[in-house]
Design a protein around this ligand. Sequence first.
Ligand code: IPE
Ligand code: IPE
Ligand code: MG
Length: 246
Amino acid sequence: MSDEACSDQQSAPLGAVPRHIAIIMDGNGRWATQQGLPRIVGHEKGAESVRESIAACAEAGVAYLTLYAFSKENWLRPREEVSGLMVLLNRFLLDNTEDLKAKNIRLQAIGRLTDLPTSCQVALHRAIEATAACSGLTVILALSYSGRIEIVDGIRSLLREVEMGHLDKGMIDPETFSKHLYTRYYPDPDLVLRTSGEMRISNFLLWQISYAEIIFMSKLWPEFRKADLWSAIDEFSKRQRRYGGI
Ligand code: IPE
Ligand code: IPE
Ligand code: MG
């Protein structure tokens, strides 16, 4: 999308709103470097953009928001950056759970969650439990997430059902397979948004985004505000989705 289009939409859009938005929140490190600050400060600022995007989705009437917060590949980063990110995740969960609950927002998570430090797993499960009955926006954090590993985990889960005699292998189709993914409780994303100007998917929701609309914006994630999300929804509402038809 053009940068003009992602600047100053001041109110929630009135057109068709995507039911599920998935965001690749990229550019924290570059933002910090541009400011002459350590990369971790970019991640800290990024947490404010997370709150903004949640509020913007809630106000616009989006039902599901998936946030790519940490990929399986991100474990390869320097140890100090990884541990700093885990501290921030913990802090985010502790600081925001009550507010999410008060706003009727349900928190969920996908990925290999057992890879996370125990303190993060505990905070995450507390936040998920505390908000389990909330019926407004569902926010799904993708943590230690890899689209390819999710697909492999799905195949393993299917094979187990076949071996136990609960599933006839002739019955396997895309719908059946979708029920074995981490995302089985959620509809597929309608819109994928990536900040920072990178035009790639980076192993995010590979199966689920087969017919998603994609918007790349050059803004870095720490600069992302409500208006940017609303402008993206506005652009989405102008797209014609054809699913292979005419
Ligand atoms: C996204 O920002 C946050 C995570 C991947 C955890 P980056 O840290 O990738 O920032 P850049 O891409 O290096 O600027
Ligand atoms: C994708 O960003 C992962 C997250 C936003 C959590 P990366 O910065 O890790 O992706 P690449 O390395 O540029 O593809
Ligand atoms: Mg990046």
